[in-house]
Design a protein around this ligand. Structure first.
Ligand SMILES: Nc1ncnc2c1ncn2[C@@H]1O[C@H](COP(=O)(O)OP(=O)(O)O)[C@@H](O)[C@H]1O
Ligand SMILES: [Mg+2]
Length: 298
């Protein structure tokens, strides 16, 4: 006799599948290794990063979350070679990072396209800098623009594009240099909710097709749960690694998963880590009576 419970997913099976998926991921080569990274700022030596260590495997999609000021941007600026650590080291493919390089692509929240260059010329920029001749650079730039669905806009200028389209050009420009790792610092934070959702789907599609590892900072817990293989949770004062969580949500991802028990369980765990329960001491709240209407609330 079938019961209503028969239609529930088999969570033992899902747990086994998740475990097997992460065993496969951990067998891939380590692409990025951060060892005992420390960063202090200013005369008071404010500790922005305290003994941060982590390893990322080839083609992993890693999201980084944590309260404002916990050192997310500092961490990826050091990985990008834009900033120097006080001590510790970053290895990319086993080689120490000492400065910026084409093996790391960057996409930031602010739009960083060259306004005087067309969309195509923006994507060609890095290719030409690396010594590719103009016609090769042009062919490759077109391929990357097709990949982000902007082939028709190659001759437009950045000011003619929407925010989402500009970020797609920025992604094409970063990927055109064939980086080993794509580093993104809150790239969709300035976009409206609907565009952000489209961009997340674009990014997942691109990541599936391109041999690239992604390190993606966000303050949006749902975004982290939707995109990532693993989520690096950081804490503040001092900036440090709190937890590195295996994301149990199966791939391929779709919006229906936003209400799945595994998605909600992950989100709850992230909430607990990022926003520990607030303790409000009732007697210390100001005794201001603004209205009599609220006498019934509990
Ligand atoms: N160039 C700098 N000079 C001094 N302090 C800095 C500098 N950059 C970052 N900090 C400090 O380091 C801490 C981490 O900053 P940041 O990496 O930007 O955090 P997040 O990106 O997580 O919000 C903050 O306390 C910030 O004030
Ligand atoms: Mg930041």
């Amino acid at each position: 006799m079938p019961t209503p419970l028969d239609s529930l997913p088999d969570y033992r099976k899902l747990a086994r599948e998740v475990k097997a998926r992460f065993e496969r991921i951990r067998q891939r080569p380590v692409i990025l290794s951060v060892r005992n990274l420390e960063k202090s700022f200013g005369a008071e030596m404010h500790t922005a990063l305290d003994h941060v260590s982590l390893e990322i495997h080839r083609r992993e999609f890693i999201c980084v979350i944590g309260p404002s000021g916990c050192g997310k941007s500092t961490l990826i600026r050091i990985i990008a070679g834009l900033d120097q650590a006080t001590s510790g080291e970053v290895l990319l493919d086993g080689k120490a990072v000492t400065g910026p390089g084409p093996d790391r692509g960057m996409v930031f929240q602010g739009y960083t396209l060259f306004p005087w260059r067309t969309v195509k010329a923006n994507v060609m920029f890095g290719l030409e800098m690396r010594g590719k001749d103009k016609s090769t650079a042009e062919i490759e730039a077109r391929q990357w623009l097709d990949m982000v669905g902007l082939g028709k806009f190659e001759n437009s200028y950045p000011h003619e594009l929407s925010g989402g389209m500009k970020q797609r050009v920025a992604i094409a420009r970063a990927l055109a240099n064939e980086p080993r790792i794509l580093i993104m610092d809150e790239p969709f934070a300035a976009l409206d909710a609907q565009t952000r959702c489209q961009m997340q789907n674009y990014l997942l599609q691109i990541w599936r097709k391109v041999d690239v590892t992604i390190l993606f900072i966000t303050h949006d817990l749902e975004e982290a749960a939707y995109l990532s293989d693993r989520i690096l949770v950081m804490g503040a004062n001092p900036g440090r690694v709190v937890e590195f969580i295996d994301n149990p949500v199966p791939r391929p991802r779709n919006v229906a998963q936003f209400v799945s028990p595994e998605f909600l369980a992950l989100k709850l765990r992230l909430e607990e880590l990022i926003h520990p329960p607030m303790e409000i001491e009732e007697e210390r709240l100001p005794m201001v009576k603004l209205t009599n209407a609220g006498d019934d609330v509990e």
